[in-house]
Each structure stands twice: as C-alpha cells, then as structure tokens.
Design a protein. Sequence first.
Length: 166
Amino acid sequence: MCRGFKIVFTMLIIFIIGAFNCKAQDKIIKINDLIEGNTKYSGKVVTIEGEAVGERMKRGNYSWININDGSNSIGLWLKNSDADNIKRFGNYKNKGDIAKVTGTFSINCKEHGGDIDIHVNNVDVIEKGKKVNHNLNVTKEKLSIILVSLTLSIVMFYYKRRTLRN
C-alpha cells in the first residue's frame, strides 16, 4: 500500500511539473490563408511570420506596418512601443526584419474603414534585417553597351542620309 502511494504521488508531482514546463507552439498561418479563409479566422487571435516591408507609418500612439510572408502582405496595427522593435524594412536595398506576430485578425475592421488588418498583441523579431548587395551582370552590361552603340549608329546613319537628300 505504501509503495503504491509513493508511485502515485511521484507520478502526480511529475505531471504537475510537466504541465508548467509544456507550452503549445503557436500555429503560424499563411497570410494568403487568412485572406482566402477570411470568415474562418475573422475576430480570432492568429500568429503569422514574415518580413517587414515598405515603411512604418506613425499614427499618434500607434503605427501601421506591412508584413509579407511570401504568399501575401497584410497591414498590422500596433503600439509604437511594439513597432520600435522592427528596425529595418524590406525594399530594393534591404531585407527587412523577420517578425513573428500574434494578434486579432479582422476581415472588415470597423476602426479602420472596413480594411483587412491585424491588431497586434505581440511582436517578436526572430531575424534582423540586412543590406542587400546586387551584383552587376557583366554580360548584360556589355550587351547593353553594344546595343546602345548600334542604336546610336543607326540613328546617326539615318539622320545623315536624310540631311543629304534635302
């Protein structure tokens, strides 16, 4: 009896400790799935992950930030203190910060004129952005010089021929 009690007590302690240490992973949803399955997710807390693109637009105590996960882009409405975590935005010269965002998805946000957006509860930058170097293709550069030269030669030939006729 005593041994059975010890086993049950030990298992109970293990289950209690395990319950505090276990945390379910947030399911990351593709932005395109949010937009296409809009009624399924509308009004629910969702988690997305993607690159911050464009630029930050401050509106009082809040900001708009766009995020792109490769399938689509969506606007995020978040506090300025949360938006300050995102330092670099994607454009031709930069790869933006990759962020994991949790918030309430809205297919027709009444606060923002019926737009699709996410009101953010939490932002975690999981990868810092960086500058992008674009290498010039030497073959294309040479080909463009040849084509420009050829075009100018034809224009000059046509112009001289036309002036000689008159």
